[in-house]
Design a protein around this ligand. Structure first.
Ligand SMILES: C[C@@](CO)(OP(=O)(O)O)[C@H](O)COP(=O)(O)OP(=O)(O)OC[C@H]1O[C@@H](n2ccc(N)nc2=O)[C@H](O)[C@@H]1O
Length: 163
């Protein structure tokens, strides 16, 4: 008997880089640096994808979207989020809610949080109030504190699709 609920956790890190866009939660954020990566390096969406896949023990994003594949070069990570959603839907589950936290010193994200929630909700086709996006500094400690990059954490609760 399949469980009615499955919980997943995701984590990702990307390093800051010049001449790259900063894309977080599907939103382009004005800043002097972007994030390095094979895709658009949307670290928040990657952590959320990882949590969705992990909830059903489907492996991690690298297994489904390898950074060695030309298919995913510079890809918009909203496409990876949609693909991850298709995978869990195909297994009979939908996203009930997401909680996530970005760890970075700068830029300030509070003006963009609701935009990110709306973008993610729109891709997943669920209500924005089921998507929580938070941002915190690491009090200038560690690689995030040295402004070398951004870390993202996400937890996702999946529920069975109404049969
Ligand atoms: C989103 C994508 C799109 O191509 O690239 P980026 O834009 O982040 O570069 C990838 O899915 C991003 O996958 P991600 O999983 O974050 O990349 P990595 O950390 O480099 O891990 C790549 C693969 O190596 C495996 N891996 C990683 C570390 C480790 N010590 N042993 C491993 O076996 C992981 O299971 C993963 O499947």
């Amino acid at each position: 008997m399949k469980q009615d609920y499955r919980i997943g956790f995701g984590f990702d890190v990307h390093r800051f880089s010049r001449d790259r866009l900063l894309v977080l939660g599907g939103v382009v954020i004005p800043y002097e640096f972007g994030l390095d990566g094979h895709s658009d390096a949307d670290v928040l969406l990657h952590a959320i994808c990882d949590a969705m896949l992990g909830a059903l023990a489907l492996g991690d994003i690298g297994k489904h979207f390898p950074n060695t594949s030309q298919e995913f070069k510079n890809i918009d990570s909203k496409i990876l989020l949609a693909k991850s959603n298709d995978l869990i839907n195909g297994k009979g589950y939908i996203v009930n809610n997401i909680d996530s936290t970005l760890v970075l010193e700068l830029p300030r994200l509070s003006p963009y949080i609701s935009l990110m929630q709306n973008e993610i909700a729109s891709v997943l086709k669920i209500e924005p109030d089921r998507i929580s996006v938070k941002a915190t500094t690491s009090e200038r400690l560690g690689f995030t504190g040295r402004k070398e990059g951004i870390a993202a954490f996400a937890t996702v609760l999946l529920t069975r699709k109404e049969s």
